[in-house]
Structure formats: structure tokens, C-alpha cells
Design a protein around this ligand. Structure first.
Ligand code: CA
Length: 231
């Protein structure tokens, strides 16, 4: 019984049933929780592999659940929310969520997000997590040497571009918010300057993407942030 266990936190019975039925037919195990309190109990007692979390719950805000769970667990959390406002997504990601889906969502989309999350889990559990070389498709980063290669050809990145690329690479599969990126790259002294970040991202993409207008490695989440995709 090595099927992954997924905790589904959702107060709407119809949506909860849709999700759990989908999980069941796709060989996942699940636990369901209709409230925030039940969610935290289930997370503690069953230690799920992934948590699917609705933000609007009757007893607790989902963002509070993320903060609580993050005090003891790194379990990936995918937020599923009817709130389409960017600020809610950003708050959830900054609180420690890994990804988000906006309702209404398709079952295929949910399954795709789960596959990405599991691939990231297994990848980071492997030997190369500690390795000093990162490989993703034709992109290679040698952290020890501070060199980046595309198709074995060395790329010349500025220090900021290099930091940006390393940050995204080390968090492959995870959506990083503008605030998180600017803090990590420039430190807390840096104003959350999204316009500048966009400029650096554009120059970085010109160097690593074959077609910068249709990027393969770094995905834009409009109004939210960026994510490196596993190619
Ligand atoms: Ca709800």
C-alpha cells in the first residue's frame, strides 16, 4: 500500500465529492475534512503526502491553516480557492502554500498539479538534491562553479540573473511570489519592485529560453510571480 495519501480540505460537499472521487479513480488514497479544525487534526494524525486546501472554510481562514501546518510540516499544500483575487493567492503562497488552483477547475488540471507536486517531492528526495549540479532539460547549473550551461554551451549571466535562476531552479515546480523573489535576491532592504524584477526576468529569459515570448523553463503567473517548470 504505497499509494500517496491526500488530505482534502473542503466544506462544500459537492466539490469535496468531486475531488475525492477523482482521487480514488486515479489510485490515490484520501482523507477528507470539512472544517479547519478537522483539517489540522487529520494533518497531525495521518501525516498526508499532499494537502488540497480550500481557503474559505466555516471555522477558519485557509491561510491560517497553512501557517499552522507549516510550523511542523513541509507537506506540499495546493490551495483550491474560489477567490480569484491575486492577493489571496499571494497571501497563501507567502504563508507557505506550494501551488494554487482557482475554482472552477477541471479534474485534469487538478491531476496535472498533483503529478507536478509528486515529481518535485520524489526529485528532491533523490540523491541529486544534495548535488551541486542542477539539470533540467538542456539547462545545467553548476552551483559550485557558479556556471550555467544551455546545451553544454556556457551562458554569461549577470550576478542578479544568476541568483534569480538559482532561486527558481532550487524551487522547481513551486510558484514563487514577487515579494518572496525580491526578498531572496535583493534582501529585505530592497523595495518590492516588481517592475525591476520583470526587467531582470526578461533579460534572463533572453539568455535561457529559445523563444522568450513562449518560455519553456520559467512560467509567468500574472500578478503573482514565477515558477520554474520541470521540462
Ligand atoms: Ca469553501
Amino acid at each position: 500500500m504505497n499509494k500517496p495519501l491526500i488530505l482534502v480540505v473542503e466544506d462544500d460537499a459537492a466539490v469535496r465529492n468531486l475531488i475525492t472521487t477523482t482521487l480514488e479513480t486515479n489510485q490515490y488514497r484520501f482523507q477528507a475534512a470539512p472544517t479547519g479544525e478537522a483539517a489540522i487534526m487529520e494533518a497531525i494524525s495521518h501525516n498526508p503526502d499532499v494537502i488540497l486546501l480550500d481557503l474559505g472554510l466555516p471555522d477558519m481562514d485557509g491561510i491560517e491553516i497553512i501557517r499552522k501546518v507549516r510550523t511542523w510540516s513541509k507537506t506540499p499544500i495546493i490551495v483550491i480557492s474560489a477567490r480569484s483575487e491575486d492577493t489571496d493567492k499571494i497571501d497563501a503562497l507567502d504563508a507557505g502554500a506550494d501551488d494554487y488552483l482557482t475554482k472552477p477547475f477541471s479534474v485534469e488540471e487538478l491531476l496535472a498539479r498533483l503529478r507536478v507536486t509528486f515529481r518535485r517531492l520524489y526529485d528532491s528526495g533523490g540523491d541529486h538534491a544534495q548535488s551541486s549540479v542542477f539539470v533540467n532539460g538542456d539547462l545545467k547549473i553548476d552551483f559550485a562553479a557558479g556556471c550555467v550551461y544551455m546545451n553544454d554551451r556556457e551562458l554569461h549571466l549577470t550576478p542578479i540573473e544568476y541568483k534569480l535562476l538559482c532561486l527558481l531552479a532550487k524551487n522547481t515546480g513551486k510558484v514563487l511570489t514577487h515579494t518572496y523573489i525580491t526578498k531572496e535576491v535583493w534582501g529585505s532592504a530592497w523595495d518590492n519592485d516588481v517592475a525591476s524584477l520583470r526587467v531582470f526576468m526578461a533579460t534572463l529569459r533572453k539568455k535561457i529560453e529559445e523563444d522568450p515570448s513562449n518560455p519553456k523553463y520559467i512560467q509567468t503567473h500574472v500578478g503573482v510571480g514565477y515558477r520554474m517548470l520541470k521540462v
